[in-house]
Write a protein that binds this ligand. Structure first.
Ligand SMILES: [Zn+2]
Length: 74
């Protein structure tokens, strides 16, 4: 099952970011054909194709309802 992701959702990835904080939590900062996620441990932004993101994500930690409404209008 592929969950629906929205801008600014906080997601948990299957692999931790190899930075000093080694967190698995990222926030979606850009949605498109490519998705940009920001590591909540170090603030680095990683870009990957949407299909890679869907494969690597584990779950949504915090669903952002306000932004999902905003995206519907676009
Ligand atoms: Zn990091």
């Amino acid at each position: 099952m592929i969950p629906t992701f929205n801008l600014y959702d906080v997601v948990e990835m299957k692999k931790e970011h190899p930075c000093v904080n080694r967190t698995r939590l990222f926030q979606i900062v850009r949605m498109g054909a490519d998705i940009k996620i920001m590591c909540l441990g170090c603030g680095n932004i990683i870009m990957m194709p949407r299909e890679d993101f869907v494969r690597k994500v584990k779950k949504i930690v915090n669903k952002n309802e306000i932004n999902s409404k905003f995206l519907v209008k676009q």
